[in-house]
Write a protein that binds this ligand. Sequence first.
Ligand code: SF4
Ligand code: ZN
Length: 419
Amino acid sequence: IKLKIVDIPVPITVGPAFEGETIRKKEAWVEFGGGRSPGFELVRMADADHVEDGKIEVVGPEIDEMPEGSVFPLGIIVDIYGRKMQEDFEGVLERRIHYFINYGEGLWHVAQRDLCWLRISKGAKEAGFKIRHFGELLIAKFKSDYPAIVDRVQVTLITDAQVIDEKIKIAREKYQARDARLKGLTDESVDTFYSCTLCQSFAPNHVCIVSPERVGLCGAVSWLDAKASNEITPTGPNQPITKGECLDEAKGMWKNLNDFLYTSSNRTLEEVNLYTLMDKPMTSCGCFEAIMAVLPLTNGVMITTREHSGDTPCGMSFSTLAGTCGGGVQTPGFMGIGRRYVVSSKFIPADGGLGRIVWMPKELKEYLKDELAERAVQLGLGADFVDKIADETVGITEEEILPFLEERQHPALKMDPLM
Ligand code: SF4
Ligand code: ZN
């Protein structure tokens, strides 16, 4: 392994060793985003004359003006100019912010886009870490990790409550535009899917297959991201796979995908189906945003999320489930997924699709609300289908939720037996 030592002008240690470091609320000097205050991060491609290389601007208070234990807004805008830079690369580079910040000792970052949530520890504050150092860290890492596409970088950090409201709109327009580009793409309209083997560092046989209608299970790698990432690093973790001969249209099995899987899973897996969780489903590593599990008594499936710590009708909480089906093995009846996959038109079509869902946490219902209703109408399940899905307020065992499903005439009860 070649270790790149980059000299980053920040008063804390920076390296992958700190990636897994958690900073609890009581250890934090200040926190940003995470639903407690507005927060966002955005990577933008810019013209040469709009990027002053190395420039860092803090709009609003610096850390010295932030009292211990306070919550502030934070907007991170990274403007990049590069002769080989493309708009399609923005999302991929933006995702790197998560890793780069977590490399800093005493810095903590979760989620992405306008959901991002950050903490600076008391220790980092004492060591002299300033808001502007986020800029130093990001500039150094973007330039050292992506020299082929990044020529100049400038960073704007917004901690002012008024200014962030106006800038977050720009970011949201960008996110929407990216999602809209993906929306027009279907699995049928492309002849190439992408692999993602980034997680093999801890789940050595795990292979994600990313298609236009199925985001990677971490929720952070879309088909467009995988494609862009492959252009940036052709020998990297995202390889194009021409679908080739289709072996099972309903379950979503292709010969070339199987061949790729066999080689990349170190010959532990021979076949994979993209459109079912019952038969040779995709493997799960450990960073799934959500997990689905079969509930035999209800003839349906449930979904729980990383954010939901409570028990669920399959008898396991998220963390217990994660231990059961993670690690890169196929576990029929269980599968890790990205949150947005739930509203995809390729959501387990071979198992009956959206109509199979009988339970999910209230928070996920709320998160996907409009799209769930839209998809339900498209599928002829009716706009009130969402109200037929049980949640933790209805019950946390199969026996508790079954009467609710019967009373509301949940469609899963009338579907073909799942098992
Ligand atoms: Fe890639 Fe899948 Fe890991 Fe996401 S979960 S980084 S898509 S291998
Ligand atoms: Zn993973």
